[in-house]
Design a binder for this molecule. Structure first.
Ligand code: ZN
Length: 250
């Protein structure tokens, strides 16, 4: 089976629609790594699409903030304003849906793949530093010994972390469109990048395709109508820096 792994949609409908269109010819199913809402102007539309599209979806920190399950005074002021605005938009059903999403979810024919938002062990952990990544591989060894690859989002940067059977940690942050064969003797943590607010310097929406039988992944970068998404941020009176950052992908 082929999966499209998408993350950090952040209420960007134009980006989500472009990714769905790009993935549909290749993917049998969609998996969502959380942060459906926050930052951009179409939270309800994005929830409706994800609800139908993704039988496997985990919760993100912005989703938790938007439904009152996480304080958000540690978010930057623009992110806080976007959550305040999002809370006013969500219906009771939207809130119930987001609030019921799990923190992690195994998937795949052999259930050896896992979806999480921040890291395998925590929704809110950013995986930038090697010691944190290493600690998460140790955690996986103990708590999730059957998982070959845990997919995470949260940093909005496409990344591959590989922990080899010799105990060596490999980190790849320059991903390209080539198909990569996973080594079944290693363990992986892989980030597909962000659909709705990329931060890797490429403004195109980012996601990846997984073939769980062939054990291959392919990163995809999809241009979308950024101007339309920016106009909606303006019309909703959300902070303008949230619109500006979309065109630089930072
Ligand atoms: Zn996010």
């Amino acid at each position: 089976m082929k999966y499209a792994i998408i993350s950090d949609i952040h209420a960007n409908l134009e980006a989500l629609q472009a990714v769905v269109e790009d993935a549909k010819p290749h993917a049998d199913a969609f998996v969502c790594l959380g942060d459906i809402v926050g930052y951009n102007a179409n939270p309800i539309e994005c929830i409706q699409i994800i609800q139908k599209l993704c039988p496997v979806t985990v919760v993100g920190n912005h989703d938790l903030a938007a439904v009152g399950l996480r304080p958000y005074d540690d978010f930057n002021p623009y992110a806080q304003q976007a959550i305040d605005w999002t809370k006013e938009q969500l219906s009771r059903d939207d809130v119930s849906y987001l609030a019921a999403l799990p923190m992690t979810a195994p998937f795949g024919a052999k259930k050896n793949f896992m979806a999480a938002h921040g890291s395998p062990r925590h929704t809110d952990e950013y995986l930038f530093q090697a010691f944190r990544i290493q600690a998460n591989f140790m955690y996986m060894k103990e708590a999730e010994p059957d998982i070959l690859c845990c997919f995470v989002g949260h940093t909005h940067v496409p990344m591959i972390f590989e922990f080899t059977s010799d105990g060596i940690l490999l980190m790849v942050d320059k991903v390209d469109a080539e198909t990569i064969l996973l080594d079944v003797t290693s363990t992986y943590i892989i980030n597909p990048g962000s659909v709705g607010q990329p931060r890797n310097g490429d403004p195109a929406a980012s996601y990846l395709l997984l073939d769980d039988e062939a054990q291959t992944i392919t990163f995809r970068s999809v241009p979308y109508d950024i101007l339309a998404a920016q106009d909606k941020i303006f019309d909703a009176m959300l902070p303008m820096p949230l619109a500006e950052r979309l065109e630089i992908g930072r």
